[in-house]
Design a binder for this molecule. Structure first.
Ligand code: 5HY
Length: 253
């Protein structure tokens, strides 16, 4: 099995970390390919960043389709471009936010999301609503650390995250924590040890869910809303994203 995990931002050291965390939980025989697009924002901390990250994400999905990937994980807590990626893919595509929230709902009745910047809290609530997870999501909290602070050795990020997690358990009535950033993946076991409750990282959750979907021979439905996009002219800088009619050569970029 070949799972392509895509960090939609363009910070390679974060991609490498995500890949290592994915490989740590992947089953024997699963090849993990960790990539980020060659274009787009260094980190995704706003709707603007997210919009600019989606073309590069879709480019990686199109390449994966040509490579014969078995499934994809979108390794950004905003799950950017998830449905567009599912339209393009013939195999499973899972976002780390939906993966983490669903697994958290299987081990706790209430979880808190602990994420990076305050301005991304609304997006996490939007996803909880969209995924039908609002009844499990007690709160979404931010540590007010920039995403890339998680890549700085010796930063206070880990301690800030643990402190916010402790507040969540004390004040939100939560029984579990969802880590709200792919960059926190390497902290999951340590934080879980410190808190003594389930701490769910979406990178690991996403990998396990894609492996399970593939093993169950469940792929993205190509009927209705997630069918392949209709071919049409796409002008300008995005011209390479125009799609050949279904059944002909794959994406033209
Ligand atoms: C992420 N941004 O997982 C999100 C975190 C966030 O570049 N990778 C990013 O705060 O939405």
């Amino acid at each position: 099995m070949h799972i392509k995990i895509i960090n939609p931002n363009t910070t390679w050291r974060m991609t490498e970390k995500i890949g290592a965390c994915a490989r740590a939980v992947a089953r024997p025989g699963t090849r993990i390919e960790a990539v980020n697009p060659p274009m787009g924002p260094a980190s995704i901390e706003s709707h603007y960043d997210e919009a600019l990250a989606v073309p590069g994400l879709l480019h990686e999905i199109a390449l994966g389709e040509q490579e014969g990937a078995s499934g994809y994980v979108i390794a950004c807590f905003g799950d950017p471009g998830l449905k567009a990626a599912r339209e393009l893919a013939s195999v499973p595509v899972v976002g780390i936010a939906e993966a983490a929230m669903h697994l958290a709902s299987l081990v706790a009745t209430r979880f808190s999301v602990v994420t990076t910047l305050q301005r991304t809290v609304g997006q996490a609530w939007h996803l909880a609503e969209a995924y039908g997870m609002k009844r499990f999501c007690a709160n979404v909290r931010a540590c007010d650390i920039p995403v890339l602070a998680l890549e700085e050795p010796g930063s206070a990020a880990r301690n800030r995250i643990v402190e916010e997690c402790r507040r969540a358990l004390e004040e939100d009535g939560s029984d579990a924590i969802v880590l709200g950033c792919a960059g926190m993946a390497d902290l999951c076991a340590d934080i879980g040890q410190a808190l003594g409750v389930p701490v769910i990282d979406g990178v690991a959750a996403g990998i396990q869910l894609v492996e399970s979907l593939v093993n169950l021979r469940l792929a993205t439905s190509k009927r209705g809303e997630l069918a392949r996009p209709l071919p049409k002219p796409i002008a300008g800088l995005l011209g390479s994203f125009s799609l050949a009619p279904a059944g002909m050569d794959r994406s033209s970029h």
